[in-house]
Design a protein around this ligand. Structure first.
Ligand code: FE
Ligand code: FE
Ligand code: ZN
Length: 275
């Protein structure tokens, strides 16, 4: 069965986001673990959590994915930025784990001048503060497009992060189709080759989730601009081929295309028909 959903707003509550997920005929969702551009988080009420858990169970949602805020940079050498990132990771891993959320994805970070190696060491140190090893949640490293000084652009960098942490068993990968295309992995002409490379370097068993996006920017542009499915430089068939690929069956798929709920509902309908 296809497990597909979209990035949902939790501004009106976790329960409301779950109800919206049902309303757009999705069976999973992604949501921000806290304010994506700030630092605050709202404490969920008991009633809200109870309703959320009830809906999730009733409609048999697949794995749920929390997304860490964009303001978090675990690779930073600036003390204030780094300490903030470490604190958010610690808090949100614990908060999302307590809710029984299966996965939490984050952008590994940007080294902003200190170099990839040093950035990776910072990320590892930060993850080690956040992950106790007693969680049920799995932390996913997102494959990045390579804009600026982003880390996590190559499978090797993701592997280095995972290998460095004390609890690698709690770390997986979320593949973003727009980002890998933009980073120079040719999923249009050589999807098998890209997946073989992922398998060789990381192991396909570490791939836990897919962010399904088309790209406004051309192949290898190292720019992060999502397009709606079929309206970008990747195109409809190559994206359908990702969803059809025998090695990727059963993985939860999350749309992060520039659409509201109604648009995502239509996009998923189209995807189901085409598949
Ligand atoms: Fe992301
Ligand atoms: Fe993404
Ligand atoms: Zn993106």
């Amino acid at each position: 069965m296809l497990i597909i959903g979209a990035h949902m707003s939790v501004a009106k509550g976790l329960d409301k986001a779950a109800q919206d997920t049902v309303n757009i005929n999705a069976n999973t969702m992604q949501f921000f673990s806290r304010n994506p551009r700030g630092s605050s988080f709202k404490i969920y009420s008991e009633k809200e959590i109870a309703k959320f858990q009830e809906l999730r169970k009733e409609y048999q949602f697949g794995p749920l994915l929390a997304h860490a805020p964009y303001t978090l940079n675990l690779a930073s050498a600036q003390e204030k930025i780094y300490d903030f990132a470490c604190m958010v990771m610690r808090e949100d891993v614990a908060r999302m784990d307590a809710l029984g959320i299966e996965y939490m994805v984050f952008h590994p970070g940007s080294h902003t001048g200190i170099g990839t190696e040093a950035g990776i060491q910072n990320i590892i140190h930060g993850l080690n503060q956040a992950i106790t090893g007693n969680e049920n949640i799995t932390i996913l490293l997102e494959t990045m497009s390579g804009k600026g000084s982003e880390i996590g652009v190559t499978f090797e960098e993701l592997k280095a992060i995972r290998d460095g942490v004390t609890h690698p068993e709690r770390i997986g990968v979320c593949l973003d189709t727009c980002h890998v295309f933009s980073a120079g992995y040719d999923i249009v002409n050589d999807l098998d080759g890209v997946l073989d490379e992922f398998d060789r370097i990381l192991g396909l068993d570490l791939l836990k989730a897919i962010h399904m996006n088309d790209s406004m920017m051309p192949f290898g542009a190292r720019k992060d601009r999502h397009a709606t499915i079929g309206d970008g430089e990747i195109g409809l068939e190559p994206l359908l081929n990702v969803m059809r690929h025998p090695k990727l069956q059963g993985l939860p798929i999350y749309l992060e295309t520039p659409l509201e709920d109604e648009g995502h509902k239509e996009e998923m309908k189209m995807i189901r028909e085409m598949l």
